[in-house]
Design a protein around this ligand. Structure first.
Ligand code: FE2
Ligand code: FE2
Length: 209
């Protein structure tokens, strides 16, 4: 997937502003003030979109998936239209992974080349020390710290978007919270589905011939 950092940034800003939500401008400033620019950060060190601009690309992919899933969901269940508002879907999908905006540090990594010879290639290391708060919970807290007016169901959807992949899932309390969150708000399941669809299908690359 080739990444157009400038075009992605424009689309991200336009989508977020289209929600008309109070604090969008403040949040955008907050995201760019970080140690790493959100719009240039990768989405991972060695999994999906581990390249410059990957994080914003992934966030847009999740947003595209989320908006399409919203259409499908509402076609089947018109009564859920207000539970799955366009604004909420945009906010949770675009912001679910903002916690990653300050953790990746560019570095050189040794990899085995085509003839078994070690070579150095650019890559990323992780450093969680800037704001050591976790994953989904860190994204939710960053949205608040950034000054966005954000609703309870949006915070909950962002907090639990990792489902069973969340490290805290082993705790009975966390497991119960995830189930309760899904029972209370359909937005939670929609974000989980959109994230999986983007990361595992939209961003899929063949590892074997
Ligand atoms: Fe995530
Ligand atoms: Fe994600």
């Amino acid at each position: 997937m080739s990444i157009d950092i400038k075009a992605n940034k424009e689309e991200f800003i336009e989508l977020l502003k289209s929600t008309g939500r109070e604090g969008v401008e403040d949040l955008l400033e907050y995201l760019e003030e970080g140690k790493n620019d959100f719009f240039r950060a990768p989405a991972s060190t060695r999994f999906h979109l581990n390249e410059e601009g990957g994080l914003c690309q992934h966030s847009l992919n999740v947003c595209h998936a989320g908006l399409q899933l919203r259409e499908l969901a509402i076609a089947e269940r018109p009564d859920l239209e207000s539970d799955l508002s366009r604004e909420s879907v945009i906010i949770v999908t675009l912001l679910h992974d903002i916690n990653k905006s300050d953790i990746y540090k560019p570095t050189m990594k040794k990899v085995k080349g085509a003839f078994g010879i070690w070579e150095e290639v650019p890559g990323y290391d992780v450093d969680y020390s800037n704001l050591p708060l976790g994953h989904g919970e860190k994204s939710a807290i960053m949205a608040l710290l950034g000054g966005l007016e954000i609703y309870e169901e949006e915070l909950i959807a962002i907090r639990w978007h990792m489902t069973a992949w969340d490290l805290a899932f082993q705790s009975p309390e966390a497991k119960n919270n995830i189930n309760t969150a899904r029972d209370k708000y359909p937005l939670v399941a929609l974000l989980q589905l959109a994230d999986g669809m983007a990361a595992n299908i939209f961003e899929f690359t063949h590892k074997r011939d």
